[in-house]
Design a protein around this ligand. Structure first.
Ligand SMILES: [Ca+2]
Ligand SMILES: [Ca+2]
Ligand SMILES: [Ca+2]
Length: 234
């Protein structure tokens, strides 16, 4: 019995000591930790917008210390390891996983929450991954006489090249919205003659109600979202 008490006391003592030691370390970490050894503490670097993981004087959004396609800024937002390129060790780099909507912290193939928000006033489309505004694109929405309807929608259907019977033109990378796909998100329209709607219309509300994206962003979004993804228009 005595032996047991002594053992418990020693164990408990070590536990308390260890706990205090951790507390000291924690206190020390917050104020003094200099991850990149450049002489500036992490918290000071963060406060001034610099990367604490890169000894060069570089803004946090521009630094990608582990070269995985996810900047140090996004590594903090997605809680991934800024110094390990494949945080969950599943063979896919953190940046690649986030960009395709997968969780960089889990080997599961279940996608993170994806959402699209369209700001009519700013003529902007924001693609959210895991609640983070991952990409922002300039759009052209409906003109005053044919406004894009505000509200909460879901992507109903997709078509790589949808034909508009009303306007007799192609709407590439179509993501259908509304109750029956009455309007949608698509690339700058293409006439059968080959004429392409000008990209100088982006940023201006000149469409017939659809949300037009530029060449590049339309395909990018089309490839990454499925039917059912939420679209908020405000
Ligand atoms: Ca530093
Ligand atoms: Ca990175
Ligand atoms: Ca990974």
């Amino acid at each position: 019995m005595m032996k047991k008490i002594v053992f418990f006391n020693i164990f408990f003592g070590l536990f308390v000591l260890g706990f205090n030691f951790s507390l000291c370390r924690a206190a020390e970490d917050v104020s003094l930790l200099d991850s990149d050894g450049d002489g500036y503490a992490d918290n000071l670097e963060l406060k001034n917008g610099y990367s604490p993981f890169n000894s060069e004087k570089i803004k946090i959004e521009k630094s990608d210390a582990d070269e995985d396609g996810l900047s140090d800024y996004w590594e903090i937002k997605f809680k991934t390891d800024p110094l390990i390129s494949d945080s969950d060790n599943d063979g896919y780099k953190d940046g690649e996983e986030v960009d395709w909507g997968y969780n960089p912290l889990a080997t599961s193939t279940k996608k993170l929450d994806q959402r699209i928000e369209i700001n009519l006033k700013k003529q902007q489309l924001i693609y959210f991954v895991g609640n983070q505004p991952w990409k922002t694109f300039i759009v052209s929405t409906g003109k005053a006489s044919m406004p894009t309807p505000r509200g909460e929608y879901k992507i109903l259907n997709k078509a790589k090249k949808a034909w508009s019977k009303t306007y007799k033109l192609w709407m590439p990378y179509w993501l259908g919205l509304g109750n029956h796909g009455e309007f949608g998100i698509h690339e700058l329209p293409l006439w059968p003659s080959g004429y392409r709607e000008g990209s100088n219309h982006l940023g201006k509300a000149v469409s017939h109600g659809c949300i037009r994206l530029g060449i590049g962003p339309a395909e990018y979004l089309f490839e990454r979202v499925s039917a059912g993804v939420k679209v908020l228009i405000n």
